[in-house]
Design a protein around this ligand. Structure first.
Ligand code: ADP
Length: 604
């Protein structure tokens, strides 16, 4: 991968990431908006349905308010308050003729005996156990739960109002709020609940919706199913006791005078139920609405959301297809590159072998001929050139072979126990000879805490160091070349004695020179094969493969060679290795395999 390809690939990835990110964010935002709009719309639709019930409730409440007012007015009439039966009867009969709303009036005494306008005399039965009677005796006007008249079979309610004593010391208007005065009796108006039935039955919200009303004990006052209604013979079953738990829970909420609109399973399917209590009686009215009656109005919104969803899914599918396609292409390209690489490596390996055989012949015969006494100086010069060129060619072939091996991933490391100091000293001694030939000083700076033995691929470590040191000598005309090896750790490894307990250590290797340096334009490519500084005179002395090979070996050792260089001042190459430290006792360590005087090229 070239330097210019990195940002392009990165840009492409970023673009793809941005597009898919934007699609996902838009999808999330669109879904969020849809959900908010849907919730709001649903609330509005539910509110509308709820208002339908509220209207019915208001109408019934108004009717109850008027009916209560009528009973209260009569209860407060002086004739009634005097509680003289004959007077009351005449008054009530007259009233019934004028106001046919109530089909019966009654007047109860505090002991529960009562007169009613139908029988027109004191009844034998007693109403002291009736809640409406008890409530009225406590000073409240009260509407009873509907009851089925035993005589007429018509559902009716009794509206009971207190009769305040005529000799009360307080003013008539204050009687109700005076705590010291007790009612002298109870005046009761009986009224049919047709009005309630009519209003409730009128409630509806689309096809399949139906209303019902429950009394304070959860019995149906109005219901489309006649079997759930009370008859003269049999009181209705309370919804509170029904086996349908959802319905029982709803009845409980209605009994507690709660209001709302809930989606519950009723009649075997999910339906909305809007329910609301009356203000003037302990009854509650509900309207069951099929779910689709409300939610069908959300259909256009759902349709838009669905289309947006399809669009987003289509975009994601396209992105996905593009990704899969690119992945396949990449795999194809990679496979083709690997194939080409393998073919190239095989070719190079074969060629190197093929070339080395005749080359060794050339070098051998050149050496034999050089020793011949009979050859003249011109021939000797020619033989020298043949020998030098052959050496260079051998170096090049070895380098190419190494690089081919690395590229084909055939180069493997073989770490073995190695005595570090002798290894480094051997390398230094070889390079020292080369340095001294050029009049350079070679400085070796070993750190004070270097481990004695480490596990490393000795041949490959030598190869890197020989290459770096060889280059340093090659590209330096005066001054010195320095090799520094040290332990890169805050705490120095314990290498005292043969029983070192250190498991691994981090070693830094630095090669410095005072040579010609590397030009800034060459520096970034210095580790690429065949890259040489065009500005130097030494180009022809090397193959341009040494650093590339060294860097690849460093990579195999999980390291990286780095470089700092200033033109005409010198260069510094360094790398760090994490190596296992070995205990010396009972250890079979190899002695450095370098022979003094071995040419740098033999490592490459
Ligand atoms: P070679 O030395 O065989 O040409 P290398 O891969 O070892 O190949 O080095 C590549 C190039 O890097 C060299 O040709 C040279 O231009 C530059 N170079 C390497 N080491 C040094 C150094 N110590 N000082 C200056 N230039 C260097």
């Amino acid at each position: 991968m070239t330097v210019s390809q990195v940002p392009r690939r990165l840009r492409k990835q970023l673009l793809k990431l941005t597009i898919s990110g934007s699609v996902l964010i838009s999808a999330a935002a669109a879904f969020g908006c849809y959900w908010v709009v849907r919730s709001l719309s649903l609330e509005i639709l539910k509110e509308n349905a709820f208002l339908e019930v509220q209207q019915g409730v208001n109408e019934i409440d108004q009717w109850l308010v008027a009916s209560k007012a009528e009973v209260e007015t009569l209860a407060n009439a002086p004739t009634i308050r005097r509680m003289d039966l004959s007077e009351v009867d005449a008054y009530v009969q007259r009233r019934m003729a004028q106001q046919p709303n109530f089909f019966k009036y009654a007047m109860g005494f505090t002991d529960g005996r009562y007169y009613n306008s139908a029988r027109r005399e004191l009844a034998e039965s007693n109403i002291s156990d009736r809640i409406y009677f008890q409530q009225a005796l406590q000073g409240h006007t009260f509407v009873s739960d509907p009851i089925i008249s035993r005589t007429t079979g018509i559902p009716q309610v009794n509206i009971a109002s207190p009769i305040w004593p005529i000799n009360s010391p307080t003013d008539l208007d204050d009687l109700e709020i005076s705590p010291n005065v007790s009612p002298a009796g109870v005046f009761i108006g009986s009224v049919a609940i047709d009005r309630v039935t009519t209003v409730v039955n009128q409630l509806q919200y689309g096809y399949g919706s139906y209303p019902f009303a429950l009394n304070s004990t959860g019995q149906a006052i109005v219901h489309p199913n006649p079997r759930l209604m009370s008859t003269k013979e049999k009181p209705a079953l309370s919804f509170l006791e029904t086996s349908d738990t959802n319905l029982a829970a709803l009845a409980r909420s209605m009994g507690y005078q709660e209001q709302g609109i809930d989606l519950i399973s009723i009649d075997g399917k999910l339906q909305y139920v809007a329910y609301l209590p009356l203000q003037e009686a302990n009854w509650s009215i509900a309207l069951v609405i099929p779910r689709e009656n409300i939610e069908s109005q959300l259909r256009p919104l759902n349709l838009i959301a669905f289309e947006v969803l399809v669009l987003i899914l289509a975009m994601l599918a396209v992105l996905w297809r593009v990704k899969v396609f690119e992945k396949k292409q990449l795999q194809k390209t990679k496979a083709a590159a690997e194939l080409a690489n393998k073919a190239k490596s095989e070719f190079l390996t074969n060629m190197s072998h093929e070339l080395r055989t005749p080359l060794n012949g050339i070098l051998g015969y050149a050496q034999i001929l050089q020793r011949e006494k009979s050859i003249n100086p011109k021939q000797k010069k020619g033989l020298n050139i043949i020998h030098q060129s052959g050496q260079y060619l051998l170096l090049l072939i070895n380098d190419v072979l190494d690089l081919a091996k690395i590229e084909a991933r055939k180069l493997e490391l073989h770490p073995s126990p190695v005595l570090l100091t002798p290894l480094l000293l051997n390398i230094v001694e070889i390079i020292r000879i080369q340095a001294e030939q050029k009049g350079l000083e070679l400085v070796y700076e070993p750190g004070p805490h270097l481990p004695k033995a480490v596990a490393v691929d000795e041949k490959r470590l030598q190869q890197i160091l020989m290459n770096l040191l060889g280059n340093a000598v090659k590209f330096t005309e005066q001054g010195c070349v320095t090799l520094t090896v040290d332990v890169l750790q805050a705490e120095a490894p314990q290498v005292s004695g043969d029983d070192s307990s250190q498991d691994s250590c981090r070693l830094s290797f630095t090669v410095r020179d005072t040579g010609i340096g590397i030009s800034p334009e060459t520096l970034p490519h210095i580790f690429s094969p065949f890259e040489q500084d065009k500005n130097t005179q030494h180009q022809r002395e090397g193959t341009g493969l040494g650093l590339a090979i060294s860097q690849q070996i460093a990579h195999l050792m999980n390291s990286e060679i780095r470089v700092h260089s200033d033109v005409d001042k010198g260069s510094m190459f360094f790398f760090v290795l994490d190596l296992p430290v070995l205990q010396l006792s009972g250890l079979q360590v190899s002695q450095p395999s370098l022979r003094a005087g071995m040419a740098q090229g033999e490592y490459r």
